[in-house]
Write a protein that binds this ligand. Structure first.
Ligand SMILES: [Zn+2]
Length: 85
């Protein structure tokens, strides 16, 4: 029973920055390729300035990951060059 309780509580979307419960700003249904309906929802922090910071942090994290991936690929390409010599 405890397991059930904890799984429902994690369903709540809490802002990672300020700890406020995030609000649903958009809700829509999408049809997947298999024809099934899927509920999608977009949430945001009720504090607009906090939400802005969260999006910014998310974006820079994404960019950082892309940069690391590019560096990794470049390293692999260099290594392959060395092997081919
Ligand atoms: Zn927040």
């Amino acid at each position: 029973m405890n397991l059930m309780l904890s799984s429902t509580s994690t369903f709540k979307n809490i802002c990672t920055r300020c700890g406020k419960e995030r609000i649903v700003v958009k809700e829509w249904e999408e049809i997947t390729e298999s024809g099934a309906k899927m509920k999608k929802r977009e949430t945001a922090c009720p504090d607009p300035s906090c939400q802005e910071e969260v999006s910014k942090a998310l974006l820079s994290k994404q960019k950082d990951r892309e940069r690391k991936e590019m560096a990794r690929l470049a390293r692999i390409a260099k290594m392959n060059d060395r092997f081919n010599e």
